[in-house]
Structure formats: C-alpha cells, structure tokens
Design a protein around this ligand. Structure first.
Ligand SMILES: Nc1ncnc2c1ncn2[C@@H]1O[C@H](COP(=O)(O)OP(=O)(O)OP(=O)(O)O)[C@@H](O)[C@H]1O
Ligand SMILES: [Mg+2]
Length: 453
C-alpha cells in the first residue's frame, strides 16, 4: 500500500508545509493552512485509457430511483440518479434525518437496498424514529464514524442508496484534525464520491449549516457533489421548504414544500391553497402569484405600516429581499401617492417562504398600500407583476402559468400588467402603472367608511 503523508496546504495560494502554521509563508494570509493527505505514489506511471465517443454511451434517464416522496423527487429533478452524490444541508432540527429516513423506507419497500449510516444518533435512537414514522423496517442501518470502515462497507455491500448522517461525524484515520474540520469533511466527501461512482451507490450526505447559512465544511463540498439541497423553514413552524441550490441533473428552481407532523414530513402538493389564503377584509394582506422555478405558487404577503419618530424609518422584510422592499417603498411614495417617509414598514411572507422573483413586487406593494391606506384588498384578488423605477408595471415571465394557477385555486380577479391573458371564469385587470393597479385592487376608502358606519 502507498505510504500516506500529511501536509498542510494554503487554501489561498497552495503553498505547502510539513507542519501547521498560523500564517502562510507564501501569501502571508492568516489561518488558511489546512491539513491534507498525500499518497507518495502520486504521479506513478499508469496505463493509458481509451476514450469512447459520447454517442456510444448508453444512459437511460428512466433509471432514476424514485425516493417515494414526490416533493423530494421533484427537487432532485425526477428522482435520485444512480451513483450520484447529493448533499442535504439545513439547520439543526429542521428535519433532515426524518425526511431521509422516510425516503430510505420507501426505497427499501420498492425492493432496492437502502442503507443508513448514522454517526450522530445511536441505532436505538434511529429505531425510535423509525417506529414513529413507520414503514422503514427493511432499511439497513450501520452506526459508524470511521471513514475507512464506511467506504469498505459500501464497496462490499453495494446498496442502491446510502444516507450518511452526517458527513461532519466521519473521521479519516490518517488526519489528526477533529471530525467536522475542513480537512476531515473534504477528505470524507472526496472518498465517498469515488466510492459512489465506482460501487454505483447513490449517496446522500447530510451536512450541517453554519451560522451564516452556508453548508459547513466550506464550499469545497458544494463543488464536489452532484446536487446540493437546502432544507429551510424554521423549527417553530410546521412548514419546511426544500430547494436545490445546485443540480447537475435537473433544474435548480424547483421547490418542495413539506409539513412536519407526528408521522413525519408530509409533502404539500398544493402549497398555494395553504399559503395563498387571506381573510376577506383583512387590512395589509395581499395574495401574490410567485414563480418558484417552473411552479407558480400563491403566497400571502402581509404588511404593517406604523407611524414612527425615527429619523431613519425601519424597513423590515421577512421573506423579501430588503433592497427590493426599499425600492418598492420608494416607488410607492414617488409614483403612487403612498407616502411612507415617516412610517416603519414591516413585510412578511406566509409560511416562511422566501421570494426571490420580481413578479412578487406588485403583491408586496399592494399589501403595503393596503396597510398605509387602511383599506383591504378586494376579496378574491391576486396580483403579480414587476414594478419598474418609473412606476410602470412590467410584464413578468410565464404569465399564462400564473394565471392558470390562480384560476385553478378559484381566484376571481387577477391584477397584472396589461397584456396578461384572461381565462374562463377569471377576470384579469390589466394595469399600466402601479397607481392604476392600487386603484383597481384596493377597496375604495369610502366603501370602508360606509361599512364601518
Ligand atoms: N413526536 C414528534 N411529533 C412531531 N414532530 C416531531 C416529533 N419528534 C420530532 N419531531 C420533529 O422533528 C424535528 C427533528 O427532526 P430531525 O431529527 O430529522 O432533524 P435534523 O435536521 O436531522 O436535526 P439534526 O441536525 O439535529 O440532526 C424536530 O424539529 C421536531 O419538530
Ligand atoms: Mg439529524
């Protein structure tokens, strides 16, 4: 066997050293040297390999392994690709282990071999969860943290799918640094990648998320793996959102929505019905039709406008980009006659979903205008459209799909940029400007006064 040596390499400039140094002698950066393993037979003569034309390679997309959880399949791009490496990240307690155990259970029930390598929990603890979730009796389990042992087991047993919970607990014996350190995580992922490809095991790595929200074991891991899934949503609410931030075999725009129940995570196939309902007559709430990848979703946007004495009024956004909110507030003031200069503005999106698409602008603006004017958005109205800096509404992509989604959920009227197609049973109010859209979407102030009287 080749002799393996440990070296410390600077992640910035690549300078190597036999021992750890606080400051890189090459580029003078501090704290950039990380431990690495080097085989002494590197560069030894190897036989040449003959390349083959790509047309002669046979690969069948239908070979994907369905995980039995349709929302997970959707995010993966139609199931797990055999021999691929998937990284699932998420905050502690968000439900990573629960989701993956359910998936393994379904895979095992479909007649494939599913293996769970647990480094965090004992076999007994996992079995408690398995009893609660049910249907995971044929999942094989291995409690191990030794990287060599895990790799050897995978090579010998060759299961179809393997989940490693979590990659931060794996420990490569050659490295002196603690499990979870950059060197250890990188070594583990690199070795597992090779095993996954060679032994044909679709491997899912669970990774913890650091405080700034990135997957720990820095971004090195994200380059190695085929697919990076982020599991979001806070622990205190029951809805979780799974999205792909990288996917070599599918779109990164897909979104899976789950609900945490005592029986595990249940997919929510129709999130619009869940997130897109407002109470009629509620002031400061608007329904927007937002595109998440190829999937239109109706979301409730809530706003609160409160008078303030602060010289710099607060603009607080949850689920909306703060810069986008600042822009919408400015356009509302300048072009739509909704003055907010001496008011705090708070905006929240229902269900902990994050909106990253300009098509949601109009719904945010309507919620704020409703809160500022004290009149509700008319009943059964949804809105979408991008707001330009001139106060004009700009057409959004895939307007037809959004309109279809609104029609499907029984929305009566859609306020959207002019040119948006109508549907049977759905009235589309085309608006040229933001001011026009506010006029057609909000209940007239006199009507509110009459109702109160
Ligand atoms: N009996 C139960 N009923 C309902 N929900 C439960 C029950 N037991 C656990 N949960 C939920 O499961 C979540 C924990 O899930 P899980 O252990 O899969 O998270 P995780 O992401 O793997 O966490 P970690 O990073 O700590 O491993 C908790 O937030 C809790 O809400
Ligand atoms: Mg866990």
């Amino acid at each position: 066997m080749a002799k393996v040596t440990v070296q410390f390499t600077c992640t910035e400039c690549g300078t190597t050293s036999g021992r750890w140094l606080g400051r890189c002698p090459g580029c003078a950066a501090f704290g950039t040297l990380v431990e690495e393993l080097h085989g002494s037979d590197l560069g030894s003569a190897a036989a040449a390999i003959t390349p083959v034309p790509l047309g002669e390679v046979s690969a069948d997309d239908a070979e994907r392994i369905p995980t039995g959880i349709s929302e997970l399949d959707r995010v993966l791009g139609g199931g797990l690709v055999p021999a691929s490496l998937v990284l699932v990240g998420g905050e502690p307690g968000v439900g990573k282990s629960t989701l993956l155990l359910s998936a393994l259970g379904a895979i095992a029930r479909s007649g494939r071999r599913a293996l769970l390598v647990t480094g965090e929990e004992s076999v007994a603890q996992v079995s408690l969860r398995a009893t609660r979730l049910g249907g995971a009796d044929t999942v094989e389990i291995l409690a191990a943290t030794e990287l060599d042992a895990v790799c050897a087991t995978l090579e010998k047993e060759r299961p179809d799918v393997c989940v490693i919970d979590s990659v931060q607990t794996l420990h490569a014996s050659g490295l002196a640094s603690a499990p979870g350190s950059v060197a250890q995580v990188r070594e583990a992922a690199g070795r597992l990648l090779r095993v996954a490809k060679e032994a044909g095991v679709a491997t899912i790595l669970v990774g913890h998320v650091t405080k700034d929200g990135s997957v720990a074991g820095p971004r090195v891991l994200e380059h190695l793996v085929d697919c990076v899934l982020q599991f979001e949503g806070d622990r205190y609410r029951e809805h979780r959102v799974l999205r792909a931030t990288k996917n070599r075999f599918g779109s990164t725009n897909e979104l899976g929505v789950f609900e945490m129940t005592a029986g595990g995570l249940v997919g929510v196939p129709d999130p619009s019905a869940l997130f897109g309902s407002t109470h009629p007559g509620e002031i400061g709430a608007a329904v927007g039709c937002v595109l998440e990848g190829t999937r239109p979703i109706l979301l409730e946007v809530q706003a609160l406008v409160a008078p303030t004495d602060l010289a710099m009024p607060r603009r607080v956004a949850t689920g909306v980009d703060p810069r986008r909110l600042a822009m919408i507030v400015a356009v509302l003031g300048r072009h739509a006659g909704v003055a907010l200069a001496s008011a705090d503005v708070f905006v929240n999106v229902a269900g902990g979903v994050k909106i990253e698409e300009p098509g949601a602008d109009l719904a945010v603006a309507l919620a704020i205008a409703s809160a500022a004017r004290g009149t509700p958005v008319r009943e059964g109205v949804a809105a979408f459209g991008e707001i330009g800096l001139t106060g004009r509404l700009r057409a959004t992509s895939q307007a037809e799909r959004r309109v279809d989604e609104c029609a499907k959920l029984g929305i009566g009227t859609v306020v959207a940029p002019v040119g948006t197609p109508a549907r049977v049973g759905l009235h589309v109010l085309g608006a040229e400007t933001l001011r026009e859209a506010i006029t057609s979407a909000l209940v007239a102030a006199t009507a509110v006064r009459d109702a109160a009287a």
